[in-house]
Ligand binder design. Sequence first.
Ligand code: FES
Ligand SMILES: [Fe+2]
Length: 456
Amino acid sequence: MAVQEEVVSSPAGAYHGYLKRDVPKEDAELTHVGSGTAMGEYLRRFWQPVCMSEDLVDLPRAIRIMGEDLVAFRDKSGQVGVLHRHCSHRGTSLEYGIVAERGLRCCYHGWLFDADGTILETPGEPPDSKLKDSIRHGAYPAQEERGLVFIYMGPPELQPEFPAFDGYDLWDTRFKSFEVTIPCNWLQVTDNYVDPIHSMFLHSSYASIQLTESFLLKPFCRYLETPDGSGICHNTTRRTTDELVWTRINHAMTPNIGELGSAWENGLAPVHFRRVYATRWTVPIDDTNTVMFGWRHLNEFIDPWGTTDESQIGKNMVDFDAQVARPSYEAGQRDPGDWEAFVSQRSIAIHAKENLGSTDTGVQARRRMLRQALRGERPDLMPGGESKDGRPVRSFSQDTVLKISKRPDPEADWELLGEVGQRVHDAIAAADHLLGQERQDFVEKRLSEIEAEFRN
Ligand code: FES
Ligand SMILES: [Fe+2]
């Protein structure tokens, strides 16, 4: 006690280590994902990717999702199944199972499981045994989309349609899937979706320029919800030249989807409504491990610079810097990226130890939205696809570069950036009743009008 009093009476602001040693518990409501937890049950209400299609060849694959041990497989008829990993007979892992013409056969005594958990055969039992008819093995509905295998882990009677995303099939887009494992809690990875200011520091200024130099410019930031209830956007507007203003919108979709613009965008050439470059799901393996699955969108409109190297997209690889661990601890220390930043926030970040500032507005807003959803206060944030009205999700993720001259007064120019960012968001929101090419055309036209308005 005497020591404590002595430290308290030391000069204000100095050497508070002794007083700040305690590490409070994590925010369990938002971070814990096991079955029966608030967040775990919420995440289970949405389709989640669990492996890459290319992984399901002639062997089953053991996976762990939200603390549940599972096995994924593709039988010889092409049917994809995701089953509880331990055999219903005596628990042998089905990762050692034999892929059959129909279903997956346990290696130990040959029980055969169909993709929906039906037990098709119990070969060691007498022919008239009814054992197999009295048991259902745990299984989840599975669906393959664009190179990823998704499952639905929630209550069967609440299973939503698989979400459709507007605009994904414009310009003959091809998709390449990727997977990155991350040893920390899922929430701190998704906090990164709504934290645009880190680009100026982590990606651009200290060790190396990880994105383009335009990310060094301080953006005017806004955080805006989308009209379809699909999530929150961070809208960053930068002046890149005396004549050009660049507005990027990244869209954090409920509950764990992030859509982002190109890492190669520099804001130095006019463009209207250049769409999403990568879609990412941040899926909890358990409370302290995460796997990110995603699609890189490949087409000439999204990548006019020709920088895409498809050989760099896949297993623990994605073709924009800083998303996977550096090759060594020292390399990570010398040139840290997103991976080092969020993994080192502790295995589960402790919110009670944080001191949030004005640049954390998006993080706070998104955590608040999630908490409200868990508590039943935001029925619009429940699945239905991921948009509340059941239509395809209207993605806001985009880059727009408008020809708007610099205001002589720096303060007036800064205000102008804020106004432009809001107007770009409003232009996209105004097209909410449209889909596909009609939506694209509407927004492009509206952006041209905004550009003309600011020029006059
Ligand atoms: S443990 Fe699987 S069939 Fe016996
Ligand atoms: Fe980043």
